[in-house]
Design a protein around this ligand. Structure first.
Ligand SMILES: N[C@H](CCC[C@H](N)C(=O)O)C(=O)O
Length: 292
């Protein structure tokens, strides 16, 4: 059986997106891994399916590159939000996920419309997503024992680097731990430390590992080792988690530009609603066909 897909990215975090609104799409973990494989498959950080929903315009299902189904994906919410906004002509669309419901709108941004050729970016737009309220109680991250999520206790193997003391923990529907550093770490540090922490017993459901350099009260430089996907060029929920964790420690205000390897995300933690809003780019790279 073959299946059309659209290859997209949000600030460089890339996805194979399958429209399953008419025809069910239920890949096994092995099939998801094969699709995500950058050497033998299409290659992506996450595989995304748009499915029918009784309560929203669509339901978004997320598989990490390791084949595991996870709660949500911020950068993908912008991408599928853009698809739904374009196809429906509506001003806003609702997208349900295992991590909770979200809403997406078109947004202003340095967009550009490409040549439309088969390779390279063809369409770049900006989308704003209401990511819902952060979940901050230790049971909601979740952690393996009660502690203050503004700064948790974490012993990372033999490493006793003070940088790795008392990171913040935040859930955006998926689990995040955020370390605050005085510089953006290099690939070797992100890979080495991130892979040590991703499955640490402190996090019963695993964890996405963010390394944040607060450059100003409204500017964070962030690198992320993602649960189930490794070092990615951007992590949308990670950017939300970094802003919330930083604001809770008084390192930033409630809004900041989060600079990731693949671009910039604008994150605002609204005081009145407690919701986190994320605005950022969406790129359509190409289309193709999966041979399942
Ligand atoms: N690796 C994440 C899922 C993708 C999140 C990220 N790509 C985003 O944009 O939020 C997890 O296991 O929770």
């Amino acid at each position: 059986m073959t299946r059309p897909f659209v290859k997209m990215n949000g600030a460089g975090n890339d996805f194979v997106v399958v429209n399953a609104l008419e025809t069910p799409f239920a890949p096994t973990a092995d099939q998801a891994r094969a699709i995500a494989d950058r050497s033998t498959g299409e290659g992506c950080d996450q595989l995304i399916a748009l499915e029918p929903s009784q309560t929203a315009d669509a339901f978004m299902r997320v598989w990490n590159a390791d084949g595991g189904v996870v709660e949500t994906c911020g950068n993908a919410l912008r991408c599928v939000g853009w698809m739904l906004l374009q196809s429906s002509g509506k001003d806003q669309v609702t997208i349900d996920t295992l991590g909770g419901p979200t809403t997406a709108w078109r947004a202003e941004g340095p967009g550009r419309v490409g040549s439309g050729g088969p390779e390279g970016p063809t369409t770049t737009a900006h989308v704003k997503v209401d990511m819902g309220a952060p979940r901050l109680h230790w049971t909601q991250i979740p952690l393996d024992e009660a502690m203050d999520t503004r700064g948790i206790e974490l012993q990372v193997g033999p490493i006793d680097d003070p940088v790795l003391h008392t990171p913040g923990a935040v859930s955006m529907g998926n689990p995040h731990v955020v370390f605050f550093m005085d510089h953006a770490p290099n690939d070797a540090f992100v890979r080495g430390t991130g892979s040590l922490i991703e499955h640490h017993p402190r996090f019963p459901q695993g964890v996405n590992v963010g390394f944040a350099h607060v450059m100003a009260p409204d500017h964070i430089r962030l690198r992320v080792w993602e649960r189930g996907a490794g070092l990615t060029r951007a992590c949308g929920t990670g950017a939300c988690a970094a802003l919330v964790a930083a604001a809770r420690r008084g390192l930033t205000g409630r809004a900041a530009t989060v600079e990731v390897d693949g671009g910039e995300l604008r994150i605002e933690w609204d005081e009145a609603t407690d919701h986190v809003f994320m605005t950022g780019p969406v790129e359509v790279e190409r289309t193709g066909t999966l041979a399942l």
